[in-house]
Write a protein of this length. Structure first.
Length: 302
């Protein structure tokens, strides 16, 4: 839908801005044999990998897909294994598509910029640079080429050779960047086309279904918040003797030291029986503790 397109555009713009700031403040090629490749590829690949993992982590569908899958309650709840596998693959593809927006943008922008690629590949360029000693060894040639990204290290007689090498590498990097963009755009377009072709819904029916799913999720979130608040309020009322926000409170309950200890500390989700869980220590206390009358009357007149 439009929300997905807008979200992807915002992610791409933020990634481009972040890449420019990242390059300006942190990137400095070592210009040393054996280190350029590692340094350049690290700046290309590691941020892209981090952005990919963040994209997975920030997608609610990821956690909906994996949460509780190892729980014994899940056994026997999927009678149609083939349908379940198809649905899982579809959701994984959808999650991956969203997660790839930022890393692909990072790779494309960095390749078009060219600095990382120039640093990584400079020592591997196969050129006969100008002004070089024809008897120079292969190792010496690599050392000289590795210094080309750092203009201050290059002798004046090799300036023309350096410019030629840098131009060649920038050309290769930018071509690779635009090819990556083209491949991604074509892949996304074909994916949408195939999904539309195999969709069992008509165009208007699909728009209605998308709207329904969006509205249902919003209403479900609102109901979840209200339901959990009302449910928690019952337990808080049992512990303190009044509902928060109430006017004209006649009496309050005085919890004992043992009860304070019972609801304090660390707690995990605890299974009570086959159908129910304790969500917190207060929840556990409220379900176990019988009602008692440790109340204090409140004088309405100050």
């Amino acid at each position: 839908g439009k929300e997905v397109v807008v979200a992807n555009a915002i992610i791409a713009i933020l990634t481009i801005g972040g890449q420019q700031l990242f390059s300006f403040f942190t990137f400095s090629c070592p210009c040393h044999v054996g280190q350029n490749l590692i340094y350049g590829l690290a700046f290309l690949g590691v941020p892209a990998l981090i952005l990919l993992l963040v994209g997975y982590a920030l997608n609610n569908q990821t956690w909906r897909l994996v949460t509780g899958k190892i729980s014994p309650l899940q056994e026997g709840t999927t009678p149609n294994r083939l349908l379940q596998c198809k649905l899982t693959c579809f959701v994984l593809c959808s999650i991956t598509g969203r997660a790839l927006v930022a890393p692909v943008t990072w790779l494309a922008v960095t390749l078009i910029n060219g600095s990382y690629y120039v640093c990584a590949m400079s020592e591997y360029v196969s050129v006969h640079y100008y002004g070089a000693n024809p008897n120079v060894t292969a190792s010496e040639r690599r050392r000289i080429l590795a210094e080309f990204p750092c203009s201050q290290l290059v002798p004046l007689e090799l300036t023309r050779a350096r410019d030629e090498v840098i131009l060649l590498l920038r050309y290769q990097s930018q071509v690779a960047g635009w090819l990556l963009i083209a491949v991604v755009v074509i892949t996304v377009f074909l994916s949408y086309c195939l999904a539309s072709c195999f969709s069992p819904l008509s165009f208007l029916h699909f728009r209605y279904w998308s709207s329904y799913v969006h509205n249902e999720q919003e209403l479900f979130d609102e109901a979840t918040d209200q339901h959990s608040r009302l449910y928690a309020m019952q337990h808080v009322k049992k512990f303190f003797g009044f509902v928060p926000g109430s006017e004209n409170v006649k009496e309050i309950r005085i919890p004992s030291l043992r009860e304070w200890q019972a609801i304090s500390g660390l707690a995990f989700l605890k299974r009570v029986d086959e159908e129910h869980y304790d969500y917190s220590l207060l929840h556990d206390w409220a379900l176990r503790e019988s009602e008692n009358r440790k109340y204090l009357k409140i004088d309405e007149d100050p």
